[in-house]
Design a protein around this ligand. Structure first.
Ligand SMILES: NC(=O)c1ccc[n+]([C@@H]2O[C@H](COP(=O)([O-])OP(=O)(O)OC[C@H]3O[C@@H](n4cnc5c(N)ncnc54)[C@H](OP(=O)(O)O)[C@@H]3O)[C@@H](O)[C@H]2O)c1
Length: 230
């Protein structure tokens, strides 16, 4: 059965693969990007199915709410908070860790999913089987601390925590929420040496969302269903 899927940061990387695979299987896909070029990249996916693109910076709470108002006639069955940013991969002395870098990464990876879920909650509540994916990262696992990439790791720990709390608050509303590690994926962020193609990751994430339910809400797992320690 066709589902309504909304994906943030759908113009490239894992988000783009998610949008294409969801469209190919017959879902109605809304993808967001923060630039006109990004929206054009999403619109190119119309060759694969029912895809629409909207300009939205994931960190802008007013924009999420305005978009939800514009799309008020359709429920959101699956909301994928995918947009993410990584700045600084080194140790504590890495000069990449500036105040601006903290603002960018924490706004994108923590405030972004929060405002996106809050903005689209009215449309999630219109679905008969609403599910939310927070695309977090295994790098947010404190059990897997490596003493580097401080900012990104802290932001993804917060994103996973956000998913855990959303799962508790939204359960009585019938909305299931999980945090996912997409694997190490060959994108601009993951780099050319990563293990997975965006398609492999996206196919796994869509399969996991297919089995996410109120019974499993609050899960923290990877694209293949393996649990990630928090
Ligand atoms: N690749 C990996 O190995 C890996 C591993 C673990 C977790 N992840 C997570 O998976 C998600 C997707 O990663 P990726 O590898 O596909 O990264 P990517 O190739 O760097 O793509 C990031 C996407 O997020 C968008 N974005 C960033 N900030 C945004 C904002 N403020 N508003 C709207 N869109 C914004 C980017 O848009 P622009 O084109 O406009 O910049 C781009 O579409 C991220 O949350 C990432 O942290 C990735």
């Amino acid at each position: 059965m066709s589902q309504n899927v909304l994906i943030t940061g759908a113009n490239r990387g894992i988000g783009h693969a998610l949008a294409r695979l969801a469209a190919e299987r017959g879902d109605r896909v809304v993808g967001t990007a923060r630039s006109a070029e990004g929206c054009a990249a999403i619109e190119a996916l119309r060759a694969f199915g029912d895809v629409s693109a909207f300009m939205a910076d994931a960190t802008d709470p007013e924009r999420s709410s305005a978009l939800a108002d514009m799309l008020a006639d359709r429920p959101v069955d699956i909301l994928i908070c995918n947009a993410g940013a990584l700045i600084g991969r080194g140790g504590i002395e890495d000069p990449a860790y500036t105040r601006r870098a903290f603002e960018t990464v924490l706004m994108t990876n923590v405030a972004g999913p929060f405002f996106t879920v809050r903005g689209f909650l009215p449309l999630l509540r219109k679905s008969s089987n609403p599910r939310v994916a927070i695309i977090s990262s295994g790098m947010g696992s404190s059990a897997r601390a490596k003493g580097n990439a401080y900012l990104y790791r802290a932001s993804k720990a917060a994103a996973t925590n956000l998913a855990a709390n959303l799962a508790v608050e939204l359960k009585p509303m019938g909305v299931a929420v999980a945090a996912y590690h997409p694997g190490w994926v060959r994108t601009e962020m993951g780099g050319a040496g990563a293990e997975l193609t965006p398609d492999e990751s996206a196919a796994g994430l869509l399969a996991r969302l297919g089995v996410l339910s109120l019974a499993t809400t609050g899960a923290v797992e990877d694209y293949a269903g393996a649990s990630i320690p928090f």
